[in-house]
Structure formats: structure tokens, C-alpha cells
Design a protein around this ligand. Structure first.
Ligand code: EPU
Length: 415
């Protein structure tokens, strides 16, 4: 099994380029199921999750061609409507095919995703929304069976803000009869990017980026070309890398307007964030200040950055209270950070970090994507050698992370 080995204590310096956003690329690639003809997507990151979604599109009858970071999808031959267990269990975002399959074929059979390391993650709100659009939903042998002669626009209210729920319903509603209003919709930049891609295909969506999205159904969509937005979580991860190594990093190709909550917390922590013409410059400090953080739906502080920011707080002077409000089990990295000397106490949805003791290298185990990123960052900051096992998690969501960090002067490699 592969491991990442890190010799910590080196200051990171130089320029690093951010890849396209995984969580924007996944729904946008899936949206091509709504069209006939070749769609062209640029800046698609080369990740395990992207390979999985491409396999699923092929399984459904689409043709997929990849050349570097350009992915073309033609779903003219869409002739199957099943997302099998083997694909869904490796990536829950596979449930995103439900909306487009219902819209285009009036039928979908998708394995119900089980719980995952970070929480139970039900999809009840996706299914309730499809029912409101007129679909019949049942659960048989572990599969969601969805059928609809036609979908009719309606008003849908989400009890909880859900990112993929908003995306799934948006993709179902684009071909429904009449208008659909999504209330308490997710406002994440990835939702906005999907709405923009769908509008380029001929959809009529307004309000994306606000809590109320209106979709007026159209007869058909046409293929398009679209550039995937930069990955704000990868950007934030590099920001922490600069912060924990007292480094000086320029991050190019990022979108600072998507990072306001993260930038705000870095500035409070005493890390300098300068906006330059082509990106962000991050200047670390020897005197990191403790900051409290609460994860929230966008534009709040993202749960996908909670573990990485916690590593910065391990090095801060004083006490930091980190509250996780999105996923019930997203402190799984804590026990591994404790093995590296971190002083963290978890009580329910709150972690109290007593910073300033420094970290020491240790053998640790990655448990999910963002937890793996936290451990790499901790390894960069620690004295001595850290060995991270189960690193396959990191390949799901970070393109060549150890190479990018090594180019910045980090001492890390894969064995
Ligand atoms: N929820 C429900 N019912 C639903 C849907 C969601 O109760 O039907 C709850 C969830 O259990 C959770 C909360 O609502 O407590 C928010 O979950 P959400 O549906 O927004 O999460 P998601 O759409 O499954 C996406 C990202 C995650 C990211 C979350 C939150 C993609 C493919 N995944 O997941 O990304 O953490 O939004 O921002 O977009 C990652 O990239 O590492 C990752 C986990």
C-alpha cells in the first residue's frame, strides 16, 4: 500500500497553480447527460473521483474523451439508467445522475449510498424534491427506483442547505414543465458554476448564488463548452501550507472572491494574505494567533477546510474553539493529530485546540479526503518524519499534491 513520507520543518516558498474544482467538475460532467452531442469541458482536474464519474457516464451509454485537462462528453447514446453499487459506494456524488436521468429518460435506478466516514449523509431531501416534481420513488434491494412520465415545475423548500441536493434538483427541473423554485438553496460557487454551464446549454436558471433559485423548464438543451472554476479548497489547503511552515507562497489560478471567509480567518490568525494581479500571496508568521471557527454553508467557513485550519491552530498561541455544524463525524483527523502531539479535546460538535506545543512526526493513517490533507499539512509543520498510510483518499480530490508541495520546497514523497 502506498504511503506519503514527509520530513517536516522546511519553509515553503514559490508559486503553485490551483487545479479545477472537483466539486464543480463532478456535477458539470454529469449535466452533459441532459444533452445530445459533444460537450467540451476545460480545466477538469485529473482525480480519482473524476475517473469514477467518467466510468459512470460510459456505463450509462455516453462517450467520453480525455486529453489532458479537457474532457469531452457526448450523451447521444444514453441508453441505460442504472448507477451500480460498485460505483456509488466508491463515490457518493454518483447520485448526481438521478436528476438528469429522470429529466431525460423519465427513469433512474441508483444504488442508495450508505453512510461514509464523515457522517450518515442521507439523500432524503434529493428524493423528496424529485417526488414534488412528480417522480415516483421507491427503495428496492438497496437501489432507489425513480420514475416519472413527466416532471412538473413546483416550489421546493430544503429543510437543510444541501449542495448536491440543490444541484440534483436543478438538473431535474431544467427539462420540467413550467417553473421550479428552490428555496433555502445552497449558494456555493460550485452551484453557481453548474447553473452557468446549464444556462450555456440553453437552460433558464436565475438566482444561483442566492437562497432562491428559479428554473424555468425548456424543451431541450444543446451541448456547450465550459471551463471549470478553480478549486477553492485546494487553494485554502495551500494557504495553510504557507501558514504552518512560515512560508511565502504565491497561489495562481485561484478565485479570491470564493475564499472570503477563509481569507478573513487567516488574517485574524495573523497570516498575511495579499491579493495580487494573478493570484494570492500568503506570508506566514512565527506568531500565529488563535482564532475560533464555525463551519457553515457558503458563504460561511467551509467544512472541507476545517481539518486543515485546525492544523494551523495547533501552532497558534492560545486556545481555539472549532465548531463543526455540517457533518457529525468530521473530527476523525483529531486522533491522528493527537499522535503527532496536538493538544485537542473534542466534545460533541466542538473541538478545543490548545496550540503552541508544536507537532512531531509520527506514523498516521488517512481516513478521508480532507483528513488526509490535514495530515500532510501537519507533517510539513512537524519536527521529524511523518508517514501517512491509506493515501488513496488524497488522490480522490487533490491533483499531484505531493509534487506541488515538493516544488515549493516541501520534503515529501510517495513510497
Ligand atoms: N443532508 C440531509 N439530507 C439530504 C442532503 C443533505 O440531511 O438529503 C445533510 C447532510 O447530512 C449534511 C448537510 O445536509 O449534514 C450538508 O450536506 P450536503 O448535501 O450539502 O453535502 P453533499 O452535497 O453530500 C457536498 C460536497 C462535500 C462537502 C459538502 C458540504 C460534493 C460532491 N461534495 O457534499 O465535499 O463537504 O457538500 O459543503 O460537492 C469533499 O469534497 O471532501 C466533500 C465531502
Amino acid at each position: 500500500m502506498e504511503k506519503i513520507v514527509i520530513e517536516g520543518g522546511y519553509c515553503l516558498e514559490g508559486t503553485v497553480a490551483v487545479s479545477g474544482a472537483k466539486n464543480a467538475a463532478l456535477p458539470i460532467l454529469v449535466s452533459s447527460l441532459l444533452t445530445e452531442g459533444w460537450n467540451t469541458f476545460d480545466n477538469v482536474p485529473d482525480l480519482k473521483d473524476i475517473t469514477t464519474i467518467k466510468s459512470l457516464l460510459i456505463e450509462l451509454g455516453a462517450r467520453v474523451e480525455t486529453s489532458g485537462n479537457v474532457v469531452k462528453v457526448d450523451a447521444s447514446g444514453l441508453n441505460r439508467y442504472e448507477a451500480p453499487y460498485d460505483l456509488v459506494r466508491t463515490m457518493r456524488a454518483s447520485v448526481l445522475v438521478l436528476g438528469p436521468l429522470l429529466a431525460r429518460l423519465g427513469r433512474a435506478r441508483v444504488s442508495l449510498p450508505g453512510g461514509c466516514a464523515i457522517g450518515a449523509r442521507p439523500i432524503n431531501l434529493h428524493l423528496k424534491g424529485f417526488e414534488q416534481l412528480g417522480a415516483l420513488i421507491s427503495l428496492e434491494h438497496g437501489y432507489i427506483e425513480a420514475q416519472a412520465r413527466s416532471l412538473k415545475g413546483t416550489e421546493i423548500y430544503f429543510d437543510v442547505v444541501t449542495v448536491t441536493g440543490t444541484e440534483n434538483l436543478m438538473m431535474a427541473a431544467v427539462l420540467a414543465e413550467g417553473p421550479t423554485t428552490l428555496r433555502n438553496a445552497a449558494r456555493e460557487p460550485e452551484v453557481v458554476a453548474l447553473a452557468e454551464a446549464l444556462n450555456r446549454m440553453g437552460a433558464q436558471i436565475t438566482g444561483a448564488g442566492t437562497p432562491v433559485i428559479t428554473i424555468t423548464g425548456v424543451e431541450a438543451l444543446k451541448p456547450t463548452s465550459f471551463t471549470i472554476i478553480p478549486d477553492r479548497i485546494e487553494t485554502g489547503t495551500f494557504m495553510v501550507a504557507a501558514g504552518v511552515t512560515c512560508g511565502n507562497i504565491k497561489i495562481v489560478g485561484c478565485e479570491p472572491s470564493h475564499l472570503r471567509a477563509i481569507i478573513h480567518k487567516f488574517q485574524q490568525a495573523g497570516v498575511t494574505v495579499q491579493q495580487e494581479a494573478d493570484g494570492l500571496r500568503i506570508l506566514g508568521t512565527e506568531k500565529i494567533c488563535s482564532v475560533d471557527v464555525k463551519t457553515l454553508p457558503y458563504p460561511g467557513f467551509p467544512t472541507d477546510m476545517q481539518g486543515q485550519f485546525m492544523v494551523l491552530m495547533c501552532l497558534a498561541n492560545g486556545l481555539s474553539v472549532i465548531s463543526e455544524t455540517i457533518f457529525e463525524n468530521r473530527f476523525i483527523h483529531v486522533s491522528e493529530l493527537q499522535r503527532m502531539g496536538a493538544d485537542i479535546t473534542v466534545s460533541g460538535t466542538t473541538a478545543v485546540v490548545r496550540g503552541g506545543r508544536g507537532l512531531t512526526g509520527a506514523p498516521v493513517m488517512a481516513t478521508d479526503l480532507r483528513a488526509s490533507a490535514s495530515l500532510i499539512l501537519a507533517g510539513l509543520a512537524a519536527r521529524g518524519t511523518t508517514e501517512i498510510s491509506r493515501v488513496y483518499h488524497i488522490d480522490r480530490g487533490y491533483e499531484c499534491i505531493e509534487k506541488k508541495l515538493a516544488q515549493l520546497g516541501g520534503h515529501l514523497w510517495r513510497t
